[in-house]
Design a protein around this ligand. Structure first.
Ligand code: G16
Length: 537
């Protein structure tokens, strides 16, 4: 039984502001000065979660990813490195909203008994944070909750979100048949670098890649990774830009994956030659988008949909070439934001099934586990590829019947190590894209030519109360406010190849509107019309 006095006294130092909190798309996100009590209470939940799982290590990541520098956030990572089990999100929300320190402790005890948690079981938590200035104070709040509840804590200081997920998975699989890697940041770099070199073998890169790190944690971590990749004559030349983590106000400002995806243009700070490959990470390095300008100076975005289609086609080819295609089911998971042309390309050209889920990697990840090779990416660049235990077994045990089969199998095998199996990881995805382009001998223009995106527009609409917007059908339709969906349907009906939806963001205080149509002008027009329907509601 937790020490009542200790928990209540510690909680009293972290008073809850007068507002309602909810565990959103990626945990709790808001202005950092509102988060103190939330992080303390997340510490209590982490203690419960670890004890419920008999002392398996739970991760806590303090980050607000793509959000502005003054925001912060907190999310929990489950033992295999995946997002917190969704059934526990409601407990997180209830703890965050408990009205007094006593009520908080009563709820903590109620959860202990309702969830049949052995309060004598050990509890272990690891924590990391991004580069925001509010991070250390929030970690201190977490530590107080963990100390009051007798949890063993390791603070990994500054890491990318995917590095924390990696460590959680490594710790919990150590000594088992699913051992994932060495439990250290160095182990992470070594694993990626060794898989990258194996995947490349004699293949050559055509030029280098410019990587915009959003002035976030991805900058120093990519610089570190580069040391492990080596830069022999045939190595990949990575030019790192926007890696200023000393100026906290620069984070995600006029740069980063979200800026590029939303504005459909390169950050002004990224200077690249025509046809040079460019990529942008987000503030905690779990998203990546590619882009380039052509010889006429026109900008072209190669977003998460493009990475998904590139990866799916490459993996399907490798499965075929290694003689495993009959044994491995391949699928792609997308959200409503996926460009209609990408979905059509996957189903009609690649002949691979597509599943559509709600926004949030937790939803996509879950759906991807249903395939032997599950490729999941959000259009915003957040995603990865999951290999089922069955797939890993087939890939490891298959006897190739020709040198070509052996070659394909070796590449496939190296990709199971190169691709982060815990969560979408911008650094791992960067290397994956580079490997695929090198194998295919493709320029970004070849990649772009695989299909033609429908012109689209993403708009952020600020409303009084975004919570009144309730979506269904993988967030492609609104059930409330009543009547809004029929207005949207009516607007969409007036455009050729029109498609649009509105949904409340789970990370920002806004409603997002997505629209695509036959021409750029029509997509803009449709987005504007749906945005005003949302404002009117
Ligand atoms: C988070 C989630 C993503 C989601 C994004 C936007 O990304 O991890 O899955 O796509 O928020 O979500 P929403 O539209 O609900 O605001 P990140 O990179 O900010 O952690």
């Amino acid at each position: 039984m937790a020490n009542k006095e200790k928990v209540i006294a510690a909680s009293a130092k972290h008073p809850r502001p007068d507002r309602i909190f909810s565990y959103g798309t990626a945990g709790f996100r808001m202005k950092a000065n509102l988060l103190d009590s939330v992080v303390f209470r997340v510490g209590l939940l982490a203690a419960l979660r670890s004890r419920k799982l008999n002392g398996q290590t739970i991760g806590v990541m303090i980050t607000a990813s793509h959000n502005p520098p003054e925001d912060n956030g907190v999310k929990l990572v489950d033992p295999m490195g995946e997002m917190l089990d969704q059934s526990w999100e409601t407990y997180a929300t209830s703890l965050a909203n408990a009205t007094s320190d006593e009520a908080l402790f009563t709820l903590y005890e109620k959860l202990t008994s309702d969830l049949k948690i052995n309060s004598e079981a050990p509890a272990r938590v690891i924590v990391a944070r991004d580069t925001r200035t509010s991070g250390p104070t929030l970690v201190a709040s977490l530590v107080e909750a963990l100390t009051a509840t007798g949890v063993e804590l390791t603070d990994y200081k500054i890491l990318t979100t995917p590095q924390l997920h990696y460590l959680v998975r490594c710790i919990n699989t150590k000594g088992t048949q699913y051992e994932y890697g060495e439990v250290s940041e160095k182990g992470y770099y070594e694993k990626l670098a060794s898989a990258f070199k194996k995947a490349m073998r004699s293949k050559k890169f055509d030029g280098g890649v410019v990587v915009d790190c959003a002035n976030g944690v991805g900058g120093p971590k990519l610089n570190e990774l580069i040391k492990y990749l080596g830069r022999g004559e045939d190595g990949l030349a990575i030019k790192v830009v926007n890696d200023d983590v000393l100026n906290p106000d620069a984070l995600n400002v006029q740069c980063g994956a979200d800026f590029v995806k939303t504005n459909q243009r390169a950050p002004p700070s990224v200077k690249a030659a025509p046809l040079e490959r460019c990529a942008s990470l987000d503030g905690d390095a779990d998203r990546i988008v590619y882009y380039f300008t052509d010889k006429s100076g026109q900008f072209h975005l190669l977003d998460g949909d493009r990475i998904a289609t590139l990866a799916a086609s490459f993996l399907a080819d490798l499965a075929r070439q290694s003689g495993l295609s009959g044994k491995l089911s391949i699928g792609v998971v997308q959200t409503a934001y996926a460009n209609g042309s990408s979905t059509q390309y996957v189903t009609e050209h690649l002949k691979v099934p597509v599943v559509c889920t709600n926004t949030g990697v937790k939803h996509l990840h879950h759906a991807a586990t249903r395939f032997d090779i599950g490729v999941y990416f959000e259009a915003n660049g957040h995603g990865t590829v999951l290999f089922s235990p069955q797939a890993i077994k087939h890939i490891s045990q298959h006897e190739p019947s020709s040198p070509a089969q052996a070659d394909a199998l070796e590449t496939l095998h190296s990709l199971t190590d190169l691709i982060n199996q815990a969560v979408g990881d911008a650094l791992s995805d960067l290397l994956l894209v580079e490997v695929i382009l090198a194998h295919k001998g493709w320029s970004p223009e070849n990649w772009l030519a695989t299909y033609k995106d429908l012109p689209n527009r993403l708009v952020r609409v600020e409303v009084k109360d975004r919570h009144i917007f309730k979506a269904y059908d993988a967030e492609r339709k609104l059930e409330s406010p009543v009547g809004v969906q029929s207005l949207i349907d009516e607007a969409v009906g007036k455009f050729s190849k029109g498609r649009s939806f509105a949904r409340a963001s789970g990370t920002e205080d806004a409603v997002r509107v997505y629209a695509e149509a036959g021409s750029r002008g029509e997509a803009e027009d449709l987005a504007g019309k749906v945005a005003s329907i949302v404002r009117g509601a």
